[in-house]
Ligand binder design. Structure first.
Ligand SMILES: Nc1ncnc2c1ncn2[C@@H]1O[C@H](COP(=O)(O)OP(=O)(O)O)[C@@H](O)[C@H]1O
Ligand SMILES: [Mg+2]
Length: 248
């Protein structure tokens, strides 16, 4: 479903993505681990088309998307949620979802109040809101909701696109334990055929939701395996200085 072939990216003399190759099957849940500065977010920026690689290719369903801009990739079914909030504060949760769904459905020229009357769009909004646990909060203005709810909405915006491949950059960063467990539930209810690549720093969550794990260090893939293989890897625990079970 998603194939990355020998992807490289340098900023000046700094090599941030170093010959990364990945292959995700349809429906696969892959977690990307790696220390701060390992190049995880840069890899996502390359996949989403926000920056261009120095070399290498990205394929979806066997088709190269390497030269396509962000919107065209989104149209093909590649969707991402951001590490930082990317929301319209003055609008409600429902309106934010409506806009994302409207853009995905090619209704972006219409006024927000018109899109409210589109039954197909309303259905996408209610379905996605239910999926991310926000169905009772559609009328709330984003400026007034919690940080955790914003993170849920971020995932909702990415889902409103009806993606085949979902990229999530640290969806639980900065949220408390109850919200981490809510995300856990959310990830488990995503459609099984959806391919998910997720950067996650919460190890329990990562090990539990992943079918497979890729570890990046200094821009390189240094390990790939199942959650069990990853737990058992001395290389991986060395990279994390053996500290990932400390908070268990
Ligand atoms: N636009 C940029 N220009 C220069 N250096 C960058 C840029 N974006 C990221 N970097 C550098 O690339 C490295 C990897 O960053 P990043 O991909 O954000 O890592 P991670 O998400 O794994 O923490 C860091 O050293 C960062 O400073
Ligand atoms: Mg990052």
């Amino acid at each position: 479903m998603l194939k990355v072939a020998n992807l490289c990216k340098s900023f000046g003399s700094l090599v941030v993505t170093d010959d990364v190759s990945l292959h995700l099957e349809k429906g696969e849940r892959r977690v990307v681990l790696g220390p701060n500065g390992a190049g995880k977010t840069t890899l996502f920026n390359l996949l989403a088309g926000e920056i261009a690689p120095s070399s290498g290719d990205v394929f979806i369903d066997g088709k190269s998307i390497t030269s396509l801009p962000v919107e065209a990739r989104a149209h093909i079914g590649l969707s991402r949620s951001y590490q930082k909030n990317n929301l319209f504060e003055g609008l409600t949760i429902g309106e934010n979802l409506s806009l994302a769904a409207a853009v995905a459905m090619g209704l972006s020229g219409s006024l927000l109040r018109d899109t409210h009357n589109d039954p197909e769009l309303r259905k996408v909004v209610t379905d996605v809101a239910a999926q991310v646990g926000l169905k009772d909060m559609l009328e709330m203005q984003v400026a007034n909701v919690s940080y955790g709810n914003r993170r849920q909405l971020e995932v909702g915006l990415a889902l409103a696109n009806g993606p085949k491949v979902l990229l999530m950059d640290e969806p639980t960063s900065g949220v408390g334990p109850s919200m981490i467990s809510a995300f856990h539930g959310l990830l488990k209810t995503l459609p099984r055929e959806l391919t998910v690549l997720i950067i996650e720093h919460d190890m329990d969550l990562a090990f539990d939701v992943a079918d497979s794990i890729t570890v990046l260090n200094y821009g390189k893939v240094v390990f790939e395996g199942t959650p069990d293989e990853t737990r058992a890897s001395s290389l991986v625990s060395e990279i994390y200085l053996g500290d990932w079970d400390d908070d268990a």
